[in-house]
Design a protein around this ligand. Structure first.
Ligand SMILES: *[C@@H]1O[C@H](CO)[C@@H](O)[C@H](O)[C@H]1NC(C)=O
Ligand SMILES: [Cu+2]
Length: 223
């Protein structure tokens, strides 16, 4: 837990359960749900979020800068993958997934530079402003991207505590894309940098006149 105050809103419902945040650990690829940290980089901050908008840890979580201990899975462009967390996400906020092509191997890539394009956004449903909080999120890899090795980064942004510091729950999987096309998707952004403290989706108060929401970051890239 980050601190009681920052977790209170989401914790009330969870008080009788195990106290702990969620960590994206498992990747399902080619229809196989793999053990934790096979293809997802292992973090070293247990289940704490990243809260510093200027931190490089926003890329692949604390301890996730290197992929030397992580395998890379070969998947077809256009196929689906699933990120599964150890426990279901319970702090309200959007889920986004980004990809970045590695200059060489995914394992050797730290995710630096203006390299990340977004492939998935999941925001609240209106009216009501309800969030689809789950333990597993499935996304489709764009069919048109070029073959090669990529990092796939999932980000859940906890904005459950308006006025407090939003919490980033992130993790990176390593994939090698086959059967792709010729598109260099964008726009591309950098982490840190892509999300600013003034972004409406970062400062939103989800409990007060919550009638619309803009997910932080660039638009989802399309083929
Ligand atoms: C890789 O695993 C070894 C052995 O567990 C560990 O000592 C090392 O710190 C790990 N490296 C990274 C970058 O996680
Ligand atoms: Cu919390």
């Amino acid at each position: 837990m980050k601190g009681f105050a920052s977790c209170t809103a989401g914790l009330l419902a969870l008080a009788s359960q195990v106290s702990g945040h969620y960590i994206f650990q498992q990747l399902t690829a080619n229809g196989v749900k793999n053990p934790a940290y096979t293809y997802v980089r292992k973090n070293t901050n247990y289940n704490s979020p990243v809260t510093d908008l200027a931190s490089k840890d926003l890329r692949c979580n604390v301890g996730g800068a290197s992929g030397v201990n992580t395998s890379t899975v070969s998947i077809a462009a256009g196929s689906s993958i699933t990120f599964t967390a150890d426990v279901a996400v319970y702090h309200q906020g959007p889920v986004s997934v980004y990809m970045a092509k590695a200059p060489s191997t995914a394992a050797a890539f730290d995710g630096s530079g203006n390299v990340w394009f977004k492939i998935f956004d999941l925001g609240p449903k209106f009216p009501g402003g309800t969030w689809d909080l789950k333990q597993a999120y499935t996304i489709t890899i764009p069919k048109c991207i070029t073959d090669g090795e990529y990092l796939v980064r999932i980000q859940q942004l906890g904005i459950h505590n308006p006025g407090g510091t939003p919490q980033f729950y992130v993790g990176c999987a390593q994939v090698a894309i086959t059967g792709g096309g010729s598109s260099d998707l964008g726009p591309k952004v950098a982490f840190p940098g892509a999300i600013k403290a003034t972004d409406p989706g970062y400062t939103a108060n989800i409990y007060n006149s919550f009638t619309s929401y803009t997910i932080p970051g660039p638009p989802v890239a399309t083929c």
